[in-house]
Design a protein. Sequence first.
Length: 266
Amino acid sequence: MTRASERGGGADTDAILLRSIPYRDADLVVTLFTRDHGKVSAMARGARRSNRRFGARLALFTVGRAKLTSRRGELWTLAGYDVTADFTGIAVDIAAMAHASYGIELVRELTAAEQPDEAVLDLAIELFETLAARGASPSVLRAFELRLLEHVGLQPQLDACLGCGQGGETTADLGDPGTVLDGVRGGVACPACAISGVAVKPLSAAALELLRAARAAERLVDAPADGGDGAAEARDAMLAMLLAHIGKPLRSVEFIVKMSHAARVR
């Protein structure tokens, strides 16, 4: 994809849709993550009835060229959106759709407004590509979470206890009963340094190893195989850390929980 070109005070830029909210009879207020401006809010006038400029193209799980023009305060005007890559087929698989929605929500909540970061956009697109090719994968989500936290400066410390420094490159001194992932302090704490709290979750040696393997994956598709010992602990610990940073529940997580419950009932 090419970089944006500035035109008349605005810009054409690669983007994904993070959220859209109906406004008045035909407009949308949209949140985009763009290559050149980071996260932006924009008014898409007539988007709910303009087939020529938007139609069904302005949708989740697409990558497009957003035509951003004049702005008032923090709100840009979105004059058009031309799809360059379409991953809406993800929605056929409800689990993959839930994971993609989760990734989008994390990008929206963890990034600051108008702080460009091409790596974040590329990571979101890579998540779409991986889900389209591989389907829903908890291990892919762990790799995505860790890379996103790294990009926004919140990467957890996994290689040694954040209190005393023990652990090194092995789990020999970490992972004993009482080892935790502390979401507020931002890393693993050994039993002696662990404290209690809502964002503090137990982390076995297997769970820590899984997180380290997910972090080491160069591509999301190379994330470790799903399942195995420690998978549930790794999931719960990462979610607690993310919620500590975000400060509120995630709608996509509520959906995933409901979906998992319904599957167990059936």
